[in-house]
Design a protein around this ligand. Sequence first.
Ligand SMILES: [Zn+2]
Length: 1017
Amino acid sequence: MNNEIYLLKSACLFHDPPTKAWDICKGRKHEEQAEKIADKVLKDSILESAIFELNNIKVRQSDYLASSVDRWLLSKIVSEDFHKFPFKKIKIKNIFNPSFSQEVKDEIANEKVYEFAEALNKIVKSVRDTRLAYHVLYASYEPLWIKNGFPSLPADTRTPSHSVFDHNYATASMINWFLGGKNPKGILLYIDLGSVQRFIAHSRKLSDLWLSSYLASVLAWSVFWIFVRILGPDIMVLPTCRGNSFYYHSLISELIANGVDKSVIEVIKNISKEFAGYNPDEDNIPKYAIIPTTATLILPELNELKKLEPFRELRELKDLENFVSKRYEEIWNKIYDKIIEVCECTNMLGELGDLATHAGRLLKECKKFNFDKTPPLPIRVIALSTDKLTEFDVKEDSYDLYHNMFKLLAYEEGKRKIYKFRPEENLDLYNMTSQHILDSWPIKSKRGFEYCTVCGSLPAIISLPSNEEEYTKYLDIGIEPIFSLGERFCPLCLIKRLLTKEKILKPIIDELLGKVSDNLPSRKFISVCDITLMPFKKTIVMKGIALNKDTELSEQLSRMIGNIQKEIEETLGKEAMKVREPILNAEKFLLEKIREISHIDLRGQLVCLVFLDNAESIFMKDFKLRKAWIKLIRNINNDGKMRKIGGKVESLNTYYAIVRSDGDNLGKIIRGEIKDGFRVEVKDYLFNILEGDSKELINYILKKEREKAKELCKQEGIANIDEKIEEISKFIDYLQNINGIFISPSYHCALSRALMNNATRDAKIIDEHNGLVVYSGGDDLLAVMPVKDCLNAVKKLREKFSFPSEHEGFDKKYNYITPSMVTASRSFSVYLTHYMFPMYAAINNSATLLDELAKKTNWPFKDALHDKEAIVEKDTLVLSYSPRGKELNSLLPLSTGSPNKKFAKTLEYVEKLLLDIEDGKFSVSLIYDFYSNFQTIKLLAVNDKKTLLKFFLRKIFEKNCEIKDEQQKHEKIIEWTEMLTEDYNAKEIKNGAENELLLNQLFLTLMLYRSGLRGIE
Ligand SMILES: [Zn+2]
């Protein structure tokens, strides 16, 4: 067994002590501190000998290559001398835009730090396998530091662009390229599963959509885990394993399988709960799909890789690419066979009975058409060796090696662009549809075969009758049917639908991600109707709670609900009243609230009402019942006594919102193109990234004040000044030319961590806004939520992407801050659609609008600071309202370009104006008056007729104002006119050939949003 790799990696994690910044400031020798802490943590553990590797040349080399552009800049002047240009204040900067920084004031006594080290030692010591001990160390080192309430400190006070943990973890990644010797040699491995968009759009129900997205994450992670498991979590640079719920899940199952001490597993579980938002005891499988289907891994060179199972057979790079593809196919194969196996255990799937038997049989038969060998998502693998760089005349030992490898990757990726792959191409469809025709079940096609109603492109093997009477013959009405009336399924879509059954999903997840518990996953599904009903359910529960204090009124409400319940039973039968468990977090919260109600009948009725399993039939489909509900709501809201207590009960809605988001310019950000990615000039970046006299020096060089620069170097006793200044000037000029910086593992480490934090945060925001997360992978998000909550959610999602905590530009956990995406931007698409409208079309449209409209929009703004016109690209929300497929769109900017917290102010205006309308301050015709005058408003705005424009707007507000008090009326009108003309004087937005006016878009948004809110036809 080759254990050296884990020892070297452990040494990397300790080569700089976490206290280094304090040590430097106090004049203590940080090297000694590093040894002391490493010794305390690793003593008597199986990783103990890593202590002797802290100064290994390989570790030192990795340390240098892992560093960021600021340290390279500094080392061009001072080499490795830590005493030059000393800086005794401790700051931590945002590596993406260092004009954001925080001072670190609190210092922790050494004894406290040693206590932390000893606690960590207890955990590491209990694991007697080197590989697992390293995993546990990696997974708990930084989280436990944070949990102790210790702050984040830089690795070097002069270049505080990132924390010492980011640096140590990045060094552990880099050592993969130094396993063979002191010169770097290794592999960059890029894995990409394509066509995800198409795959998830093939969904008819919300459960299909969730499952597709989850399955994509599971497939991707299963491939990445092959490498992570053996080589360690450090090999993942994009995305990261830190705070990654899938990593924690797999690690825990691995620890359980290897009989690791329970106390260790408990610690890892707690870390997972707190840092990855995944509680293995409660959820059994990671709650959200957070794994992107694209990853970049840093691997050792082939000669080193070959020393480890399962890589022994690899002879050349091509073998590695094939190895990944082959393993991926095997994973799919495993899923396929496992589903057949589960379907055959009919006693386990009692309720599915015949369905499962036939599904299993048909899937088995479909093997002869290659369905088991064709994963639904195509894979693309690129393995690049550092050797390849010599072809481009790049020196191997240069600090820009990593940067150049990513450039090379971008080049290769372009060269090998995936052609529009469709899984159909690997399937023997000719045979399936004309030679060995498979009879679909239960209905046999008269024409030979029918197409799948989910994807519309493959032949169906399961085909349900479209006639209700016949349909009920196959399905017992009491059971939740897995297939609906008239649905037909191809093998791939059948697999997806089967997996939405927890009893089928669980064994498959156990097989792929590892098993952490015997309990069934708490993964159950809801429909879009449950989502559209959330505002109603929430407000009626709140009403119930408010009325609880008044016996008479609670009695009255209880009677009203009781009547409608009777009506439901009479119309749909007793079975229709079946109650399910809460699924959304918002529902769990509601259940707790309901339990506070003392009126027993009312309490029971509210539980029943909120968790009706059959929401679609009861609230939406049956016209008579729907009318009864609407009447009930009206009666509650209009009742003199009831109205005064608790808020208004929201009406039923048939519309829901698909919320989608994607970070702007993320590819550029990954490649270090900070000007486009973070809206920061390279010269400002370089000036702000250093601290102390070295910062001053860079400033002189930037301003071309060479004499002053020389003087400063002379004072510091630096040799060969002219030569060095010349070299730095050239370096800076080069960076300014490329509008970017050299990327490094530290930069990527901070980036992937910021994105992982964002993913967890996004999921939480969606939860808080009554939505369901379909996918949350860093900058990417797909969620379904009530119309009422969608604009607030977008506002929060956009704001927190840049400023997640009160520390501008940083996220905070305990006392530990990590950089956020600060001045990067993100665009959104919100699609308001009817619950009956085909989901695949809505999903596709929402994606197209995001890419084709939101991301192609530019906003001109007045940059007050520099008194000039500035253009903000992208950073836009496209809102669509689609009444039965006819689509109307509006566009709104989400920031004004300058780094301030005033995000999505336009959305605030929309909500505020809507509130004024609902409160009766303005009549609804206000919106339409604006709408019919768009041309005039545009003309006035474009021609800069500000006074006229103001006058015109005021007239419209005046005409529609319902406020009686003249003074108040006047104030209200002035308030709105001023706000709209001053804040929103941006003239036109540009997207393609069309020029639209922001002010008009604001009213268009208001109109569409209001339609979506009232969307009951
Ligand atoms: Zn299909």
